[in-house]
Design a protein around this ligand. Sequence first.
Ligand SMILES: C[S@@+](CC[C@H](N)C(=O)[O-])C[C@H]1O[C@@H](n2cnc3c(N)ncnc32)[C@H](O)[C@@H]1O
Length: 242
Amino acid sequence: MTDDTAAAAGADPAAASTTASTTTASIAAYWDAAAAAFDDEPDHGLRADRTRDAWARRLRSWVPYEGADVLDVGCGTGSLSLLLAEAGHRTTGVDLAPRMVEQARAKLAAAGLPGRFLVGDAAAPPTGGERFDVLLSRHLVWTLPDPEEALREWIRRLRPGGRLVLVEGRWREAGQSGAPYVPGAGSLPWDGGIGADALAQAVRPLVADLRVEQLSGDPDLWGGPVNDERYALTAEVPAAAG
Ligand SMILES: C[S@@+](CC[C@H](N)C(=O)[O-])C[C@H]1O[C@@H](n2cnc3c(N)ncnc32)[C@H](O)[C@@H]1O
């Protein structure tokens, strides 16, 4: 978005909504085009045993339940959904990009594991009135037009006592290279990622308990050393009263 279009959108709610839907369409197109090569990154495809095992271990500690219902929003090619299914959880993945969803479906089918994958907006997952034990999101909130509203919606999708698992960070590629990754990306509130303190501040009023685990120091997760901020935030929603 240029300064002029931002000013126009700010003055006219209809223009703001058109701008937001144009940005969402651009984001879907970007990730659709990225889907074929997405798994070439070590932490996306998890092709190396060491990388896959590192994520499987972390997921076991973040989802320490038997047979949980897990909603993986912005699931991409389903690499984490696959690990969750291997661990015996019932996974539903939602992604804006149809080609990402196709790959996720194919990945679980190839492994002979169940998994449900839906094309849709993570901010309003198309799962009706269903409630989940765990909502997982990795590397998504930075590209949402209204991430704080999405967080509130995600909490509503959890059962009492359910758990939010957000794997996030701040990284150069997403915003500090100068060029926006899609037109309008500069107007995304958390463009370039969000630090753990700021995300914790946004989540804390919505939950009963919250922890942050730093992940930058574990090169096995990323396929090599990284020097930007990466972390997992886990939080529980209040259990039902009585
Ligand atoms: C950086 S990738 C992460 C994919 C996956 N979570 C992972 O960690 O491998 C971001 C994903 O979010 C999806 N995405 C972006 N905006 C979305 C939205 N509003 N709703 C659903 N998915 C979205 C993209 O299509 C892409 O698959």
